[in-house]
Design a protein around this ligand. Structure first.
Ligand SMILES: Cc1cc2nc3c(=O)[nH]c(=O)nc-3n(C[C@H](O)[C@H](O)[C@H](O)COP(=O)(O)OP(=O)(O)OC[C@H]3O[C@@H](n4cnc5c(N)ncnc54)[C@H](O)[C@@H]3O)c2cc1C
Length: 426
């Protein structure tokens, strides 16, 4: 089968779109934009026989730019973006769709899939990382609603992975960070969701420790599972330190939000009833700075962690995000999917913003500050991992999960064809 009809070379808009990721611009040798699983088989065959490095790209939001590659082939899945309702709340979504498009297509049917909070993030990458968004405490991770995946394997076969077909592959796809084949489409069980109470409450961030203690109590320990929040300690842009609390409540009764207003001094608030699909927003990469990103899944937001976050934040030039977990995420058995850090109470993500020409020492120093927070975690999340060192990749999965992932990798991709990712070595 010829691949000319899906091949794009430098100088075409398709090439430029595919080489640009959230992390920057790559210079691939060529871009292949398949329109079917059969095209993916042919494209994969071409990349392998040309001996070129391969990057698989859905939405291009990996923060290290793993969705593109210099001097290699970018397999750009953006044309595999159909969203099809299958009945009884089941939906088939192409890997190249964005979560904004998927949410907008489901909204008229009163349905949603628990996913991420950013419109342009790809279904392909997020659905294999885990999927942590505004519905996570009530409905669980994105992977928890996956019924089946269509996968083009390293051997060039199109297979179905589900609880009853290739169950090992199905397990690994749900949290294995894209190591096992090219997923061309996902079948999800959507949930009935129409409007939610959504918005932000802004607090003064003069007493960060107090704010974090209050947030942990009100947003996690004593919170209804209907409530999912993210507390953002904002960098000081000159008008003082503030914290932004994103609130999403999937319930008709807004009273669970009341306790959140007591955790600090409220400066502004815009929580209102909103269509779930309209809660997803666009995010743009920071310009003119070098972000040094770390994340940790934490077992509990306890005093030592709070101290470490407060100290790192006080040092300046840093944003810290705390996303509440627990609820439905913690009710799934840790062996059910390859996302195994089920007992995490929260996800902490932080970025230090360095000058664009920062020295290696400055980067190492920023990473050192992050380690004071990160080392207190029980693991890390593939979605926001800002490093692909062996040590950081090891934090994505507990040892028993990693051993099982390696077995699946050996069965489905023994030559490590799919290695431009947080790599599980066969
Ligand atoms: C601004 C921003 C906001 C974010 N918000 C959230 C959020 O709210 N919740 C959350 O959980 N995560 C979030 N993330 C993290 C996001 O889930 C991951 O970066 C995810 O990997 C992005 O998927 P993608 O398809 O856009 O990325 P890509 O860069 O295209 O791919 C990411 C990785 O997955 C592999 N891959 C992609 N598609 C496939 C496929 N179909 N088959 C096999 N391998 C594939 C790629 O090779 C690459 O290694 C966010 C990231 C950014 C930059």
């Amino acid at each position: 089968m010829t691949i000319d009809h899906v091949t794009f070379r430098p100088g075409t808009p398709e090439y430029d779109a595919a080489r640009t990721t959230f992390a920057g611009t790559a210079t691939p040798a060529l871009v292949l934009r398949p329109t079917s699983a059969a095209d993916v088989v042919a494209a994969l065959d071409h990349a392998r026989s040309a001996g070129l490095p391969l990057a698989v790209r859905s939405g291009g939001h990996n923060v290290l730019g793993l969705g593109a590659v210099d001097d290699g082939v970018v397999l750009d899945l953006s044309r595999l973006d159909a969203v099809e309702l299958l009945g009884e709340g089941r939906v088939r979504i192409g890997a190249g769709a964005t979560w904004g498009a998927a949410a907008a297509a489901l909204a008229p049917h009163g349905l949603a899939v628990s996913s991420g909070d950013t419109t342009s993030v790809g279904v392909g990458g997020l659905s294999q990382a885990g999927g942590i968004g505004w519905l996570v405490r009530k409905h669980g991770l994105t992977v928890d609603h996956l019924l089946a995946a269509e996968v083009v394997t390293a051997a060039g076969q199109v297979v179905r992975a589900s609880a009853t077909d290739n169950a090992d592959l199905f397990w690994a796809v749900r949290g294995g960070a894209g190591n096992f084949g090219v997923v061309t489409a996902f079948e999800f069980q959507a949930h009935p969701v129409t409007t939610v109470h959504f918005g932000t409450i802004t607090f003064a961030a003069d007493d960060v420790a107090q704010l974090l203690k209050g947030w942990t109590a009100a947003a996690i320990t004593n919170a209804s599972d209907d409530l999912t929040t993210m507390l953002v300690l904002m960098p000081d842009f000159g008008s003082g330190r503030t914290a932004l609390l994103y609130v999403c409540l999937d319930s008709d009764d807004p009273s669970p939000i009341d306790a959140l207003r007591t955790i600090g001094t409220v400066l502004t608030e815009d929580v209102r009833e909103l269509r779930y699909a309209d809660t997803l927003e666009e995010a743009h990469p920071p310009e003119g700075v070098l972000p040094v990103i770390g994340n940790a899944l934490v077992g509990s937001v306890d005093e030592p962690l709070i101290d470490a976050i407060a100290t790192a934040y006080a040092g300046g030039g840093r944003v810290v995000f705390l996303r509440s977990l627990g609820g439905a995420v913690a009710r799934v058995d840790r062996t059910a999917t390859a996302f195994a850090h089920r007992d995490a109470e929260a996800l902490v993500v932080s970025a230090a913003f360095l000058p664009i020409d920062a020295t290696d020492n400055q980067v190492a120093e920023a990473r050192g500050v992050w380690r004071t927070i990160g080392d207190q975690g029980i693991g890390a999340y593939a979605g926001f991992l800002g490093s692909d060192s062996d040590e950081d990749i090891a934090a994505l999965w507990p040892a028993d999960t990693y051993a099982r992932l390696r077995e699946v990798k050996r069965a489905w991709d023994p030559d490590n064809v799919f290695r431009r990712n947080f790599n599980v070595r066969p």
